[in-house]
Design a binder for this molecule. Sequence first.
Ligand SMILES: Nc1ncnc2c1ncn2[C@@H]1O[C@H](COP(=O)(O)OP(=O)(O)OP(=O)(O)O)[C@@H](O)[C@H]1O
Length: 304
Amino acid sequence: MSAIDICQINKSYRSLHALKEVSFTIDEGEFFGLLGPNGAGKTTLISIMAGLVRADSGSIRILGHDVVTDYRNARKKLGVVPQELVFDPFFTVRETLRLQSGYFGLKKNDDWIDEVMANLDLTDKADVNMRALSGGMKRRVLVAQALVHKPPVIVLDEPTAGVDVELRQTLWQFIGRLNREGHTIVLTTHYLEEAQTWCNRIAMLKNGSVVALDTTEALLHRVSESQLILRLDNQDLPDSLKPLISQCDISPAYRTWTLHIQHFTDIEKILTELRKHHIAINDLQFRQPDLEDVFLQIMDTRQN
Ligand SMILES: Nc1ncnc2c1ncn2[C@@H]1O[C@H](COP(=O)(O)OP(=O)(O)OP(=O)(O)O)[C@@H](O)[C@H]1O
C-alpha cells in the first residue's frame, strides 16, 4: 500500500491557482523530498494532507485512508511538523506533549514522550513553560508534538529553518532512525544539501505543478557538467582555455576561474595547457553537480 497517494489535487485561493492537477504516490518507508521555490504550493499540499485545508478537487489517501471522508484514521497515521511556531504559552513542554497525546486518545504515553524528548535533547526543558523557550527549542517541541502518536507517516515542513547546527544534527539522527525503523518521511526544505543527503526520491513543484519527480540519483544525473575551479596568481588564462570559462572572480591577489568539464580527461588537458604557459596554480577544486544545480536548471527551464 502507498504511504501517501495524491490524486489530481487542485486548489485555488481566489484567482490564484495554487495547486494544479498534482498527482504522485509516496511508498511506505520512503524518505521523500518535496521541493520548490517560495509560493510553489508545498505548504498548501501538506495542509491538505493534514486536513487543515480542503482541496477544490482531487483526493489524498494516507495509508489508504482518505483525508476528507476518513479524516480520523488518516490523521492518526500522519504526524506533521508545521513551518510556523504556534503554541499555547501557558503549558510546559511535558504538558504540551501530554495534551497532544490526549488528542489522539493516548492516556499512558509518558514512556514514549520521555523517549522523544530525550532524542530531541528536550529532557532538561520538560518542566519549562513554552513561552520561556528559545525559537530553536520551540521547534524541537513542534517535532516532538508531531511524533507523540508514533505516526507511520511523518511530514516535516522546513524543520530546520533558522535552527542551529546542533539541532539539525540531533533532528536528522532521530528522523533517520525513525526512517530506518520503517516510518515514511516527507520533507520540504530550502536547504537542498539536506534533501540530497536524506531523500531517496524528490518531487519538485513550481507554480502549483509538479515539474520533476524522480529518484535523487536520477535527478543528479540530469546535469552532466562538472566544474574545475582554479585559483591562479593575477594571471589571465591561455586563449585555448577561454571557451571553457563559466565564471571569473577577481580579487586583489588572485583570479579564480571556473571552467566547464565534460569528461575527466578534460582536466589533464587543462593542466597541460597551464604548464605549457608556465602558469602556477594556487588552488584547485573539482566540483560535481549537486541538487542545487539540478533545482536551478529545472526551475529555470520549465515554464508554467
Ligand atoms: N490562505 C491563503 N490565502 C490566499 N493565498 C494563499 C493562502 N495560502 C497560500 N496562499 C498562496 O498560495 C501559494 C502557495 O503557497 P504555499 O504556502 O503553499 O507555498 P510554499 O511552496 O509552501 O512556499 P514557501 O516555500 O514560501 O513556504 C502562494 O502564492 C501563497 O501566497
